[in-house]
Write a new protein. Structure first.
Length: 304
């Protein structure tokens, strides 16, 4: 038995859907309809070819993200860590030496990065327990409910798989979601906890900021300045020269050394069964299925 993304998401979705139904005094089926409406809206906004106008403040919009996108994006991040030799050695080296790893994600949303690291370390079978601390920055503070839900469920799953003694778990997760617009330089003085991370991640953030935003570049330049030498900056985006150019501009301004861009695709998420999402999948999969594929470009920046 191992952790899988869809099994992990099942109780989180059930709990949040039951809460919403109770709070809005509507039936579970009506909540499913709200989720379908938001899913359709998200899709249209993501491919609108302008700054997407998303309703992440709305619970149904976040639930649509968890149902459709979270597993695919977690899988992408896990894939990049496993397939990039330099990054893999870097992560495993720190984990084996310090038994801890510090990760900061910009535009982290619900914390799909934690899902990825849970599955990654479980697959690696290092025989040690690694404390993985996450500092998640997102301008939408409402993601906190999903982030704490995911963290609680990872703990619950490891407890069921490995027992109550945490030293037997592949990872012990901790961390915070910090409400922060990463194009707002005024927020930098409050971000003491993001300096000194081992890994910084921008997983599908640039396409939501969309424009080649000089304030984002200035923000990241400051982060790079205070990051430890050798820290890795992982950029993952949709394919397309426009996104590659955005990443190059950030690297040039901040002084990061970028790896070559690598295009990767996945035609079916490995060892993932969407029906493990449970009731929501049974109810709405005919109208909308979770994403089981991805098609990305990525590059790893290194702080010199
Ligand atoms: C497509 S989601 C990616 C979430 C996560 N990294 C993943 O891969 O699943 C993009 C996230 O970026 C956040 N975001 C968009 N613009 C932002 C900004 N200016 N500052 C901080 N977060 C932002 C959104 O709220 C959203 O959670």
């Amino acid at each position: 038995m191992t952790i899988t993304f869809f099994e992990l998401l099942n109780p989180i979705l059930n709990k949040e859907i039951a809460f919403l139904s109770n709070q809005l005094q509507i039936s579970i089926d009506e909540v499913y309809q709200l989720i379908l409406d938001e899913a359709e809206r998200n899709q249209a906004e993501w491919y609108s070819d302008r700054v997407p106008d998303l309703n992440y403040e709305e619970p149904a919009c976040r639930l649509a993200y968890l149902y459709i996108v979270a597993a695919a994006n977690a899988s992408t991040f896990q894939y990049v860590i496993e397939s990039n030799k330099d990054l893999l050695n870097y992560v495993l080296g720190i984990a084996k030496e310090r038994h801890e790893l510090k990760i900061c994600a910009f535009g982290a949303g619900p914390g799909t990065e934690l899902m990825a690291m849970a599955k990654f370390f479980e697959t690696q079978k290092l025989g040690i327990s690694v404390s993985v601390d996450f500092q998640l920055l997102d301008k939408v503070k409402e993601w906190a409910s999903s982030w704490y839900g995911i963290r609680e469920q990872v703990n619950e799953s490891f407890k069921n798989l490995y027992g109550a003694n945490r030293s037997k778990w592949p990872i012990i997760p901790s961390g915070n979601l910090l409400p922060c617009d990463v194009t707002d330089l005024d927020q930098l003085p409050y971000l003491g906890s993001v300096w000194g991370q081992d890994i910084y991640v921008l997983n599908f953030l640039l396409s939501e900021i969309f424009n080649d935003n000089p304030r984002l570049r200035s923000f990241l330049t400051q982060v790079v300045k205070f990051a430890p030498t050798g820290a890795r900056f992982i950029f993952i985006e949709r394919r397309g020269l426009m996104w590659e150019q955005r990443i190059k501009n950030i690297a040039r301004e901040s002084g990061l050394t970028l790896s070559p861009f690598i295009e990767s695709r996945c035609d079916r998420l490995v060892s993932e069964e969407p029906s493990n999402l449970g009731q929501i999948y049974d109810a709405i999969q005919e109208s909308r299925k979770p994403r089981l594929t991805w098609n990305v470009v990525y590059s790893i920046g290194v702080k010199q």
